[in-house]
Design a protein around this ligand. Structure first.
Ligand SMILES: [Cu+2]
Length: 355
């Protein structure tokens, strides 16, 4: 009897709710209104230093992301290899680009030849563990969860399996960009750069396959500090390129696991830095701090040609541990902005002290 009454009350409330919704919606047809299903699209992922194209959609979509976790030996430096653990077979992992308000159906796969289980914590996720709990994935298995991208920004993702530090130190991190609803202003070049610190049993430059050193990692004494997973990844044939006059946007992340990066481009000034990957920008910046597990978007115009060197300005990391990349800019010299050397010669002792 009691339950019958309760049901009746609920029904009445429900009917009242529907009537109220009917009035508020101004509906005159008498049909229930339902939201149109979201368009479905497959996320286009890119390997660093490439970035997927800007999103031209003006509304939200259901975006399907397929990401495979791969453990494989790859080059860390000349003559040095390392057993990397990766998202998508690269360090950093595949770049993911979505739009604020998108619903993301995330499929995570762990390859059959993996030795351990992995998962993913995306800093762009609002929900337990950033997805980590939902994506515990044994070798040869796949998992799935769905999240809504509530906040725009540039976010790090990483593996969060214990021991977390070791999974990150082995290369399990990457970036996901959640474009704001209005999109990002168009630029001529976009690149994906991510710093990471590596800990090997052998010293810097010691050849061969180098095992992970837990002791060095705990002490926070990296053997290598590099951009995009290996020393020289962004030099030579791997150098970033631009033409003089281009507007360049770098999506810069720091996987850590330990170090904070003092990111700087020698010979350039950042016109804008969206510090910490957020929505506000600072202007006219020389060096920006990028925390472990954090990111920044930096924008500048390449006014003059030359080789512009990406560094961690904690500078021994650059010249003794590998944190050096190159942006090679082609174009006409502009002596009104930069002359190059105008004189080199003797400085006679007699001139010293002359006023
Ligand atoms: Cu992992």
């Amino acid at each position: 009897m009691k339950s019958g009454l309760t049901s009746h009350t609920v029904l009445k409330q429900l009917a009242g709710g529907i009537a109220l919704a009917f009035i508020l919606s101004g509906c005159t047809t008498g049909k229930a209104t339902t939201e149109a299903p979201l368009p479905v699209e497959q996320a286009q992922l890119t390997a660093p230093p490439l970035v997927p194209p800007p999103i031209s959609r003006k509304g939200p979509a259901k975006v399907v992301v397929d990401l495979e976790m791969v453990e494989q030996e790859m080059r860390l430096s000349d003559g040095v290899t390392y057993e990397f653990w990766t998202f998508g077979g690269t360090v950093p992992g595949s770049f993911i680009r979505i739009r604020e308000g998108d619903t993301v159906e995330f499929h995570l796969k762990n390859r059959h030849d993996s030795h351990v289980a992995h998962n993913i914590d995306l800093h762009a996720v609002t929900g337990t563990g950033g997805g980590a709990e939902a994506t515990f994935t044994l070798p040869g298995h796949k998992t799935q969860f769905t999240f809504k991208a509530l906040n725009p920004g540039l976010y790090v993702y990483h593996c969060a399996m214990a021991p977390v530090g070791m999974h990150i130190a082995n290369g399990m991190y990457g970036l996901i960009l959640v474009e704001p609803e209005e999109g990002l202003p168009p630029v001529d070049r976009e690149y994906y750069v991510m710093q990471g610190d590596f800990y090997t049993e052998g010293g810097y430059g010691e050849p061969g396959l180098q095992p992970f050193s837990l002791e060095k990692a705990v002490d926070e004494h990296p053997t290598y500090v590099v951009f995009n997973g290996s020393e020289g990844a962004l030099t030579g044939d791997g150098a970033l390129t631009a033409d003089a006059g281009d507007k360049v946007r770098l999506f810069v992340g720091n996987g850590g696991p330990n170090l904070v990066s003092s990111f700087h481009v020698i010979g350039e000034i950042f016109d804008r830095v969206f510090y910490e990957g957020g929505s506000k920008y600072q202007e006219n910046v020389q060096t920006t701090l990028i925390p472990a597990g954090g990111a920044a978007m930096v924008e500048f115009t390449t006014d003059v040609p030359g080789n512009f060197i990406l560094v961690d300005h904690s500078i021994f990391r650059t010249f003794n541990k590998g944190a050096l990349g190159i942006l090679s800019v082609d174009g006409e010299v502009k002596p009104e902005i930069y002359t190059g050397q105008q004189f080199s010669g003797e400085y006679p002792e007699a001139e010293a002290g002359d006023q």
